[in-house]
Design a protein around this ligand. Structure first.
Ligand code: DMJ
Length: 606
C-alpha cells in the first residue's frame, strides 16, 4: 500500500540522486573501516575534537557541507550505539553502556532493535537493517505467566517502530508482526470505557492495572491503530482508536477548562482528578490530538477541537515568565472552574520540552488565523458558561492572531528548554527544574505580560520570546547556591538521553528556517559526544552539573529512535521527512499522511 506513497518514494528517490552518491560511497568506505575497527575495539567512533567545557559562544554560520559532515557524525554515533547493542545486548531490550551487559524492561523482545528500524532506514544503514529483519521475523512476543508488558510503551516503541519501518520499506513481515502484536495486546480493551488497561501478558492475555488510568498511557494509541487499520484494512483497529477519540471528546471537562486531566476512570470514561500538565503522564495524549488530525489528512475535526481547547488552556493558564530572566515555561497545576490558574507547581520538566515543537507544528500546519476555513468558530469552543473562569481564555486569545501567538509561545518555550542545557557545564539539560517566583506573587502569567505588551503598542519582541545568554555557574556559584541568579533550582539533575528538547529544536529549524535552532542542536550533540559516550554506547548522566561526567549504566531505546534521529534530520540538507506528508508518533516513528477512501469510510463507518 505504501510502496507508492509519495514520501516513501521521496526517500527512495533521494537515495538515488547523484547528490547522494559521493557521500554514500564515502560513507561506505568510512563505515567499513569503522565496523572493522569496532568489532575488535568498542571505542570512540569519531575523530572530531569535541569541546571539553561549555563556554557560551554565539553561533558562527557554516556552509552546507559542514552540516553534511555533522549529519555524518550523528550517523557514526548511531552506529556506535547500535553496534554496542547488537554485540552486547541483542536479543535483549537495552544495552547497559558502562558494563557492556543488558536489561529487559520492555517485554524482553529486543526493544532497541524494533525502536531503531526506521532510524536505520532514514540513515540508509542497510546492513544493520538487513541484520535486524530476521529478529523481526522470529518475534512471537511471548512472556512468562507472572509477567506483563506495559501497554503504552509496547505500542509506541514496538508497534510504532514496526509500522513506520513498514511505511518506508513496504516489507510485509513488518506489518504482519505489528498486526500479530496488536492481536496479542487486544485484551487491554476489555474495559467498559474502551480505554486500555495498563498492562497485559501477551501469552496468556491476562491484563493488569487498576480502574484508574493515566492519560498518556490510555490516550496515545490513536495514531498507531489508525495506521494499522489503514494498512491491514481491519475495522477492529480503527474501532480501538475511534472509541478512545470519542470517549475523550464526550468526557465532562467542565472542571478542567476543557483540557484533559491526568487521571481517568476506566469504567465511567470520566476524569478522576483535576491535575493538568503537558509533562509526565499526560504529554503524548495532547500530542496525539493534533497529530491524529494531521495523519488522517486533516479530517478528524473532533481531535483538532480537543487540541485547540487543550492549547488554549495551557497558553492562558499554564505558561509563566520567570521573574528576572523572563524565561517562558510551562508548568502543571490543579485547576477548577473557580480558579483557572489553580495551584501551579512551577516545576518545569524536560518531558514538557516536546510541547514547543508541537505548538510550532500546529502553527505551521493549521490555519490558526482562519479557523473558520475549517468550519471552526474559535470563540464557540469554550466560554465561562461551559468552563467557569477558565472559559475567559477564548475571549482573551481571540484578541490575537492565533498562529503568531502559538509560534511565539513555541519559540519562548524552546528558548528555555535550550537554556537549561546551555546553562550547565556539561551543556546538557537536567530532567526537572523548579522556577523561582517572587516574594510578592505566585508567578507571572505569560498572557498577563502579553496583554500589557499588546496594550502598549506591541512593539519589539513579545515577552519571553527574546534570545537569552546562558549563565554557566562556576563550582563556587553552585556551592554558594546562587540559584536565584538563574531564576531556577535544579530538582532532578540527571540527563537521561531524552529527545524532547532536540525534537523541538528540529521542528523549529524546519518550520522557521532560523539556523539558530540548528546550531543549538549541534552544541547539544557535541555535549552528548563529549559527556555520555562510553566504550559500548552512550550513557544517561547522573548529574548535568559535574565535569568529568558521572554516568549511569543505561542507554534507553528512545535514544536511537528519537534523540539521534531528530539530530540527524536537523543536520541533513534534504528535508527527508516533510512535515506536511509525514507525522511522527510520540516515539519519533514517522507515519505517512493518508486520506480514507470512500470504500473505507463506508466499511469502517467513518
Ligand atoms: C519517549 O519514550 C516518548 O517520547 C514518550 O512519549 C515520552 N518520553 C520518552 C522519552 O523521554
Amino acid at each position: 500500500m505504501y510502496r507508492n506513497h509519495p514520501l516513501a518514494a521521496h526517500i527512495r528517490q533521494l537515495r538515488h540522486k547523484p547528490y547522494f552518491r559521493p557521500s554514500l560511497y564515502g560513507c561506505i568506505v568510512l563505515l567499513s573501516v569503522y565496523v572493522l575497527y569496532h568489532t575488535t575495539h568498542p571505542q570512540s567512533s569519531s575523530s572530531i575534537d569535541f569541546p571539553t567545557s561549555n563556554v557560551y559562544q554565539p553561533p558562527v554560520e557554516v556552509s552546507e557541507e559542514v552540516w553534511v559532515e555533522r549529519a555524518n557524525h550523528v550517523k557514526l554515533a548511531f552506529l556506535h550505539a547500535y553496534h554496542g547493542y547488537e554485540r552486547y545486548a541483542l536479543p535483549h531490550d537495552e544495552l547497559k553502556p558502562l558494563s557492556g551487559r543488558y536489561q529487559d524492561d520492555f517485554g524482553g523482545w529486543g526493544v532497541t532493535l524494533f525502536d531503531s528500524l526506521d532510524t536505520m532506514l532514514l540513515l540508509d544503514l542497510k546492513k544493520e537493517y538487513e541484520r535486524a529483519i530476521p529478529y523481526v521475523e522470529k518475534a512471537v512476543f511471548a512472556m512468562p505467566e507472572d509477567d506483563h508488558a506495559r501497554y503504552f510503551e509496547t505500542v509506541i516503541r514496538y508497534l510504532g517502530g514496526l509500522l513506520s519501518a513498514y511505511a518506508i520499506s513496504n516489507e510485509t513481515v513488518l506489518l504482519e508482526r505489528a498486526d500479530r502484536l496488536a492481536d496479542k495486546l487486544d485484551n487491554v480493551f476489555n474495559t467498559p470505557s474502551g480505554f486500555p488497561m495498563f498492562g497485559v501478558n501477551p501469552s496468556s492475555g491476562a491484563v493488569s492495572g487498576i480502574e484508574i488510568g493515566v492519560l498518556a498511557e490510555m490516550a496515545s494509541l490513536q495514531m498507531e491503530y489508525t495506521m494499522l487499520a489503514k494498512a491491514t484494512g481491519k475495522k477492529r483497529w480503527w474501532d480501538r482508536a475511534n472509541t478512545v477519540i470519542q470517549a475523550l471528546a464526550s468526557a465532562n471537562l467542565k472542571y478542567t477548562g476543557g483540557m484533559l486531566p491526568i487521571k481517568w476512570n476506566l469504567t465511567t470514561a470520566q476524569p478522576h482528578d483535576v491535575h493538568l500538565s503537558v509533562g509526565a503522564q499526560a504529554d503524548s495524549a495532547h500530542e496525539y490530538l493534533l497529530k491524529q488530525f494531521l495523519l488522517t489528512a486533516r479530517t478528524d475535526k473532533t481531535s483538532l477541537e480537543m487540541y485547540l481547547r487543550a492549547t488554549t488552556h495551557v497558553i492562558a493558564n499554564l505558561l509563566y515568565l520567570s521573574p528576572t530572566r523572563h524565561m517562558l515555561y510551562v508548568t502543571d497545576s490543579d485547576t477548577s472552574p473557580f480558579d483557572a490558574r489553580g495551584k501551579p507547581s512551577h516545576v518545569f520538566e524536560h518531558l514538557s520540552c516536546f510541547f514547543p515543537g508541537l505548538l510550532a507544528l500546529g502553527a505551521h500546519t493549521l490555519p490558526l488565523d482562519d479557523l473558520k476555513s475549517l468550519g471552526i468558530n474559535f470563540e464557540a469552543l469554550g466560554s465561562e458558561s461551559s468552563f467557569g473562569h477558565a472559559g475567559k481564555a477564548y475571549r482573551q486569545l481571540s484578541q490575537y492572531n492565533l498562529k503568531e501567538l502559538h509560534l511565539w509561545a513555541a519559540e519562548g518555550l524552546a528558548q528555555t528548554c535550550w537554556l537549561t542545557y546551555a546553562d550547565e557545564p556539561t551543556g546538557l539539560g537536567p530532567d526537572e527544574i523548579e522556577m523561582k517566583t517572587s516574594k510578592f506573587s505566585d508567578g507571572f502569567l505569560w498572557m498577563d505580560a502579553m496583554d500589557r505588551w499588546k496594550a502598549s503598542g506591541a512593539r519589539g519582541i513579545p515577552p519571553g520570546v527574546e534570545d537569552k545568554v546562558p549563565d554557566v555557574y562556576t563550582e563556587e556559584d553552585r556551592i554558594r547556591g546562587n540559584g536565584l541568579r538563574r531564576d531556577y533550582a535544579i530538582k532532578r539533575k540527571g540527563y537521561l538521553l531524552r529527545p524532547e528538547t532536540i525534537e523541538s529544536l528540529y521542528l523549529l529549524w524546519r518550520i522557521t528556517g532560523d539556523s539558530k535552532w540548528r546550531h543549538r542542536g549541534w552544541k547539544i550533540f557535541e555535549a552528548i559526544e563529549r559527556h555520555t559516550k562510553t566504550p559500548y554506547g552512550y550513557a544517561s548522566l547522573r548529574t548535568v552539573e559535574i565535569v568529568p561526567s558521572l554516568k549511569d549504566d543505561e542507554m534507553p531505546s528512545y535514544f536511537l529512535a528519537e534523540t539521534l534521529k531528530y539530530l540527524y534530520l536537523m543536520f541533513v540538507s534534504e528535508d527527508l521527512v516533510p512535515l506536511d506528508k509525514w507525522v511522527f508518533n510520540t516515539e519519533a516513528h514517522p507515519f505517512p499522511v493518508f486520506a480514507w477512501t470512500e470504500e473505507e469510510k463506508e466499511r469502517f463507518n467513518i
